[in-house]
Design a protein around this ligand. Sequence first.
Ligand SMILES: [Zn+2]
Ligand SMILES: [Zn+2]
Length: 216
Amino acid sequence: MTDNEREKNEAPEPQEEPGEPLPPYVIEAARSSRSRCKSCRRAIDKGSLRIGILSEGGFYGPGYMWHHLGCAARRQWEKVEEAYAQEAWKNAKQPPGKLPGLDELRAQREKAEEKRAKRKELPYVEEDPSGRARCKQCGEPMEKGSLRVVVGKDVTFGNQTRTGPMAVHPRCVKAALEQPDVSTELEGLREALLENSGLPEERIDAVMREIEGSAS
Ligand SMILES: [Zn+2]
Ligand SMILES: [Zn+2]
């Protein structure tokens, strides 16, 4: 379902009285469970904190794009700062009882950012984003959306050696790890992939089975 279809399927929430210009932001406790977070795409439960960012061109005319307040803090920080500066909770029908302070949201955001950065530590598993890359081991294309393993490969510039990413099919990992310049090791690989990938254990284990079932 595309976003547009989803919007058509979701009945709009009652807006403010017609004719009154809508303020650019609203921060409130969700009045129903019908809205969906535009950041994480999950439902916003009734009573949880959400921020509405006014959009002029919605399907039903001007309306709010809702986000969990925490999601917006992670992905649209400037808007959250603006909304706080404007005290956007005053635009709510029922102002929320307790709001996290801007400092608290900033700390949450920094923590999420750190986690994201950490995820890029090698080695990790990820879904192939484009379907355009080829496996650096066998040279065959990697299917868009399929899981690939990114291992560490040493690259030397002058007298400096750095570890760079090398993406391969799970079935090609064993062969890749035998290359002398690949620094990732099979020992401890499962733990490292779990730690760095941010993917559910089942998916990592499925990849591990593919790795272990392949010939080196
Ligand atoms: Zn969300
Ligand atoms: Zn391959």
